[in-house]
Structures are given as structure tokens and as C-alpha cells.
Design a protein around this ligand. Structure first.
Ligand SMILES: *[C@@H]1O[C@H](CO)[C@@H](O)[C@H](O)[C@H]1NC(C)=O
Ligand SMILES: *[C@@H]1O[C@H](CO)[C@@H](O)[C@H](O)[C@H]1NC(C)=O
Ligand SMILES: *[C@@H]1O[C@H](CO)[C@@H](O)[C@H](O)[C@H]1NC(C)=O
Ligand SMILES: *[C@@H]1O[C@H](CO)[C@@H](O)[C@H](O)[C@H]1NC(C)=O
Ligand SMILES: *[C@@H]1O[C@H](CO)[C@@H](O)[C@H](O)[C@H]1NC(C)=O
Ligand SMILES: *[C@@H]1O[C@H](CO)[C@@H](O)[C@H](O)[C@H]1NC(C)=O
Ligand SMILES: *[C@@H]1O[C@H](CO)[C@@H](O)[C@H](O)[C@H]1NC(C)=O
Ligand SMILES: *[C@@H]1O[C@H](CO)[C@@H](O)[C@H](O)[C@H]1NC(C)=O
Length: 489
């Protein structure tokens, strides 16, 4: 099964603008085994390691990394006097090393653009190239599940792009044939005779005289480290084959173990112990004024605090093995674009918290089946199937008031709505929870599920070719999912 193939995108964006670049060089071919001394234009978090490895992104969330050849290349057909049709050929070796075994970042986009100024581009869903202004303008042209044709076995074999392994990718365009081919294969394989995608396309309408070539990559709520190890490009013939033995090596990888959270858990536990110790110390220091900090509602409902002494005893002096809990926050999708937390983004976080409490699990559990992996999707799906209660924490053993459980689950979904305006206000929420207001008649709409995991909501593993044209620019793209293309829904 290729269930773990998620999100891999290769995108060729050709943006036409009136701005022509004066820096154009005659250079129209190059080959890099590693990028030491390549002088690439690096943007956002992209960096080149001392061994020449190009790292576009690391596993930081909602980040962009770009790298472009330092000079624009001549793409004009006139240069070749129409006797030499416009064509190009490129090969690169990449690796995508996901943070969690079966969930990757947004992917890598091979990009051809008249400018390297991508001001306004978003990381999540847009590869660091486009933003929501492009919604509704991008049309998918072609797509295929990610496979390669094995010449020995004479059959298509599936590939897990986020396996962390090095892979080869070729893009060839020939203007006489008007065909754009995309071919992918494991690093150990030679170029398959059959491409993955072979699509007829007239690119001359979107090319300007000089254009930059390079890569853009991004991460979302889940992330991968995206690497490029070698790259050859040719405007005047087949791109030279890369020599695998000359490529830089990848950093050592964590073996995907049974406990992917361990790496996060150890520092988190340490931090929590430290916090508990600090608050314990603060408690001792402020002991005398402590009674004054008691809030009104506590008088009505009784003491809601544990004394430091009790905590210390219960946790055997805050021993790591006696950890009481931790508080893996939730980032609303709009916060990744605006960078600003608002009351609606607090509501989003509260919704995620309600679902987490009611269902007794984390928002994303990669070890679960695909159906249950993303909590919001699972609750929404179960609601649509008329069985929302199947999602509640089995450890409750049915000991809850059905109406209250349904209320919390539906309210959790409502608060997790991707559109901030659709989320209720905090005072409405407390009215719903107190039973002073009834939830609005809602339909379990598609789309509520894209809140927590905007970037992995799509079916995994497709390579999509799309074409986009507006007054400002045109683009063709191919990607492994249509997530950037369908965000207008
Ligand atoms: C990713 O790279 C950025 C910029 O170099 C850095 O600030 C950040 O700490 C890195 N994140 C991780 C997870 O290594
Ligand atoms: C273009 O082609 C014409 C005739 O085929 C030739 O005379 C001219 O020199 C060519 N120009 C360039 C720039 O190659
Ligand atoms: C990049 O483009 C934006 C508008 O899209 C412009 O405001 C900005 O000055 C440009 N930056 C550079 C360095 O050219
Ligand atoms: C998208 O990017 C363009 C070009 O930089 C910018 O003019 C526009 O305001 C951006 N749109 C949004 C919604 O951020
Ligand atoms: C694209 O693939 C087709 C089918 O294998 C082949 O006939 C054609 O020559 C290829 N074109 C390029 C530009 O590689
Ligand atoms: C392999 O995949 C290619 C491209 O998707 C397709 O054209 C071809 O028919 C497939 N071949 C086999 C044997 O499945
Ligand atoms: C391809 O596009 C160019 C530029 O728009 C146009 O001149 C040419 O006729 C087109 N070719 C075909 C076969 O449509
Ligand atoms: C580009 O193509 C030409 C003609 O096939 C070949 O001689 C040259 O080595 C190629 N260069 C690269 C960098 O691929």
C-alpha cells in the first residue's frame, strides 16, 4: 500500500509579467553536484550546508524556503530565431524527510518565474509562490498517482515521496512535440523510458525572454525537511545525468520508531518539570498572599487548586515518571497567514481543546487508520454518518449525558471552522454550554475539517498538472495534490 505517500508537489510556475530583467545572462545550462560555491539566491529559511546540501525547509511549521539559479536564463524563442524551438530539460535529486512518519510538509515546487520577488506568498497550501488571491484561477490539467515505470519488471511501481529517501525527478519540454514530461524514480534507478506524466502543452504563450529557475518549498501544520542534492538544467539539449556518487549526503535520520513523540516528549517533560518547580517555588514565596488570589467562582464551587505540598507528594517530588500531564496549543489557519492571534483564533483553539477532551485523544494521531488520523475530520465524518457519539472517549464507557456530549462535539466542530467569521463568540459558547441557547441548525458541511490540518486534507499521492492564467500572470504547475488549486472552495 502506498497510504503513506502524502504530499509531494512539483510545481512549475511560469509567471508572465511586463517587468523584464536586465541581468539576463547568456548561460543556459548548468550542473551541480551539491551547491558549494553555487551562489544560489536563497530566500526565507533556505540554506546550504557546509557539505553542499541545499536545505529548502526544516521541520519548523508554516515556513517557506526558496533557492534560485543566480541569473535569469534566456527563454525567448526569438533568440533561437524560430529555427531552434524553445525547449528545456532538467533533472534534480531531492529528499523529503517528514517530521512524523506518514505526514509530510507541503512539498517542493520547481519554479520558472520572471522575478524572484514573491512578496505576499503564503506557506500553507501555496508553496511559498502564490496566495489566496489566486483562488479560482488555477485549473488542474493532469494528475497521476506517484509511480515510476520499472523497465526491468515492465510495470509501474508506486513511490512514497516522503520516505526520506533520495529520488530523481526529470522535467522535459519540447516545443516541437508540445509535450511536457515529468518522470520520477528512486535514486537507484536510471531514467524510466515511460514518464509519469506526458501532457500536451503550449508553453510559448507564457514564457518571457528571461526567467529565473529554481525551487520553492513550504511547510504547514505538519512539516518535512526538504532537500535538493543535485541539479542539472539545459536549454539546448537533454540535461546531463547526475552522478549519484558526487552528491552530498543527507544528515543522519531518526529511525521512524514506534514513539514518534518521544523526541518532543523528553524536552517537553523537562520543561514541564521546570515549570512546576518554578510555580512551586513561586507558591512558597507568595504563600501568604495566596488566599487573596482566590477567585470568586472558586468560593461557590470549592477549592480548585492543589497545594504545592500535595503536588510534590503526588508526583514524588516531580519525578519524570509521575508526570501528570502536558499541554501539547492549536493554531488557527488564518494565524499562519496574518501572524496575529485574535479572539476567533482563541475560539479555534478552544474548539480543538473541546474535541480533544470529549474524544480523549490528540488532534492528530499518525498511528491511527487514515479515517481516524485527523480528529476534526473523523468527528465530522462520523456526524455525517449519523454516529457522532462513536468518537467520544471510550474510557468514559458511556457514562455521560448524550445531549451534553453531542453539544460538546458539535460545538467543538463549529469552533474549529476554517473561516473565522463562522466561529461563534466566546459569550455564545458559554450560553450554548450553559444550555441558555441552542446550537444553530448546522449541516455537517465539508470544509469544517480543513481547519486543523489544511495541508493534509487532500487525498494523498497524486501528481497534478495545472494551468493558470490571469491578467497579471500565468502559471502551470504540477503537484502531488491539488491542495493549492482547490483552496478556493
Ligand atoms: C529552521 O530554520 C530556521 C532558520 O534557520 C531556524 O530558526 C529554526 O530554528 C529551524 N527549525 C528547526 C526545527 O530546526
Ligand atoms: C535568423 O534567421 C535568418 C534567416 O533564416 C538569418 O538571416 C538570421 O541571421 C538569423 N538571425 C539570428 C539572430 O540567428
Ligand atoms: C517586491 O514586490 C512588492 C510588490 O509585489 C514590492 O512592494 C516590493 O518593493 C518588491 N521588492 C523588491 C525587493 O523588489
Ligand atoms: C497576494 O500577493 C499579491 C502580490 O504580492 C499581493 O498584491 C496581494 O495583496 C496578496 N493577497 C493576499 C490576500 O495576501
Ligand atoms: C515525452 O514522453 C513521450 C512518451 O514517452 C515521448 O514520446 C516524448 O518524446 C517525450 N518528450 C520529451 C520532451 O521528453
Ligand atoms: C504506467 O503508468 C503510465 C503513466 O501513468 C501509464 O501510461 C501506463 O499505462 C502504466 N503502465 C502499466 C503497465 O500499468
Ligand atoms: C503556441 O503559443 C504561441 C504564443 O501564444 C502561438 O504563437 C502559437 O501559435 C501556439 N501554437 C499552437 C500550436 O497553438
Ligand atoms: C546540454 O545539452 C548539450 C547538447 O546535448 C550537451 O552537450 C551539454 O552537455 C548539456 N549540458 C548540461 C549541463 O546538461
Amino acid at each position: 500500500m502506498v497510504a503513506s505517500i502524502k504530499l509531494l508537489l512539483f510545481l512549475l510556475g511560469l509567471f508572465v509579467s511586463l517587468k523584464l530583467l536586465a541581468l539576463a545572462q547568456e548561460e543556459n545550462q548548468f550542473i551541480y553536484h551539491g551547491f558549494t560555491g553555487a551562489n544560489l539566491l536563497l530566500d526565507e529559511i533556505a540554506e546550504i550546508h557546509p557539505n553542499g546540501l541545499l536545505q529548502l525547509t526544516n521541520t519548523s511549521k508554516h515556513q517557506i524556503g526558496r533557492a534560485f539559479f543566480p541569473f535569469p536564463l534566456q527563454f525567448s524563442t526569438s533568440l533561437f530565431n524560430n529555427s531552434r524551438p524553445f525547449s528545456f530539460s532538467t533533472q534534480f535529486v531531492f529528499a523529503m524527510v517528514p517530521e512524523l512518519p506518514s505526514l509530510g510538509g507541503q512539498g517542493i515546487a520547481f519554479t520558472v518565474s520572471p522575478s524572484v520577488n514573491f512578496t505576499g506568498a503564503y506557506a500553507t497550501q501555496y508553496f511559498g509562490i502564490l496566495n489566496s488571491t489566486s483562488n479560482g484561477h488555477v485549473i488542474s490539467i493532469d494528475s497521476a498517482p506517484v509511480t515510476y515505470f520499472s523497465d526491468e519488471e515492465k510495470e509501474n511501481k508506486s513511490l512514497t515521496l516522503i520516505s526520506g529517501n533520495m529520488m530523481n525527478l526529470w522535467i522535459d519540454y519540447d516545443e516541437v512535440e508540445r509535450l511536457l514530461n515529468v518522470t520520477v524514480a528512486p535514486i537507484t534507478s536510471t531514467k524510466p523510458t515511460l514518464p509519469l506524466l506526458s501532457t500536451s502543452l503550449n508553453l510559448s504563450s507564457v514564457m518571457v525572454d528571461s526567467m529565473y529557475v529554481g525551487f520553492s518549498s513550504s511547510t504547514g501544520a505538519v512539516a518535512s525537511s526538504h532537500y535538493i542534492l543535485g541539479w542539472s538544467f539545459n536549454r539546448s539539449g537533454q540535461a546531463q545525468s547526475l552522478d549519484v556518487s558526487k552528491l552530498p549526503s543527507l544528515p543522519p535520520q531518526r529511525k521512524p520508531g514506534r514513539k514518534p513523540y518521544l523526541r518532543i516528549a523528553v524536552p517537553a517533560i523537562a520543561a514541564i518539570i521546570l515549570l512546576l518547580a518554578i510555580s512551586g517555588a513561586a507558591y512558597i514565596i507568595r504563600r501568604k498572599t495566596y488566599e487573596e488570589l482566590r477567585e470568586d467562582w472558586e468560593q461557590e464551587y470549592g477549592p480548585q487548586r492543589f497545594s504545592y505540598k500535595d503536588l510534590y507528594k503526588a508526583t514524588k517530588g516531580f519525578a519524570a515518571r509521575e508526570l501528570l500531564g502536558s499541554g501539547v496549543g492549536y493554531i488557527a489557519p488564518e494565524v499562519t497567514r496574518t501572524g496575529r492571534a485574535t479572539t476567533s483564533s482563541d475560539v479555534f483553539a478552544f474548539g480543538a481543546f473541546m474535541l480533544e477532551m470529549a474524544c480523549g485523544r490528540k488532534p492528530i494521531e499518525p498511528e491511527q487508520s487514515a479515517e481516524k488520523m485527523i480528529l476534526v475530520d473523523w468527528v465530522l465524518d462520523s456526524w455525517k454518518k449519523g454516529d457522532i457519539l462513536r468518537t467520544c472517549d471510550p474510557r468514559l464507557e458511556g457514562n455521560y449525558v448524550v445531549e451534553e456530549m453531542e453539544l460538546v462535539l458539535k460545538l467543538g466542530l463549529l469552533c474549529s471552522f476554517p473561516t473565522p467569521a463562522a466561529r461563534p463568540g466566546m459569550s455564545q459558547i458559554s450560553q450554548y454550554l450553559d444550555g441558555n441557547a441552542t446550537l444553530p441548525e448546522m449541516l455537517p458541511l465539508d470544509g469544517a475539517g480543513i481547519g486543523l490540518m489544511p495541508d493534509s486534507h487532500e487525498e494523498p499521492g497524486d501528481c497534478t498538472l495545472s494551468f493558470h492564467r490571469s491578467n497579471d500572470y500565468s502559471a502551470i504547475s504540477f503537484s502531488s495534490t491539488d491542495s493549492i488549486l482547490s483552496c478556493g472552495r
